[in-house]
Design a protein around this ligand. Structure first.
Ligand code: ZN
Length: 116
């Protein structure tokens, strides 16, 4: 009876030891990856700890910034930010569909400034 009890105790101790080891391993990995915004979680497969990252879909990644729309305040047209002509005034960025609209805005802006 004593032998079985001892065996049981050893098994419990070993599992406990492994558990603590895992907790420390996971903590270490979490610390290593804490700046990574794509972490979804951690998985343990056959004693290996793996970090699960969000699958970065290349298509989505390339499309997302391209679809950012801005408004041309001169002709009220919406256009993609990457195609827009830009003017930086008073800490604000303005977008235009064409060079003409941009020039028009600058002219208006200069007139407004002159009238104040
Ligand atoms: Zn325009």
């Amino acid at each position: 009876m004593d032998f079985i009890l001892n065996m049981f105790l050893v098994i419990v101790l070993v599992s406990l030891f492994n558990l603590v080891r895992y907790v420390f391993k996971i903590r270490k990995i979490m610390k290593m990856h804490q700046d990574n915004p794509n972490i979804q979680g951690i998985s343990i497969v056959n004693g290996e700890i793996k970090v699960i990252e969000k699958k970065l879909n290349a298509g989505v990644l390339n499309e997302a910034p391209a679809k950012e729309l801005v408004k041309d305040i001169i002709c009220d047209k919406e256009l993609e930010k990457k195609d827009a002509y830009r003017v930086f005034k008073d800490g604000k960025e303005y977008y235009f569909c064409s060079w003409e609209c941009r020039e028009k805005f600058l002219k208006q802006y200069a007139e407004e400034e002159g009238s104040i």
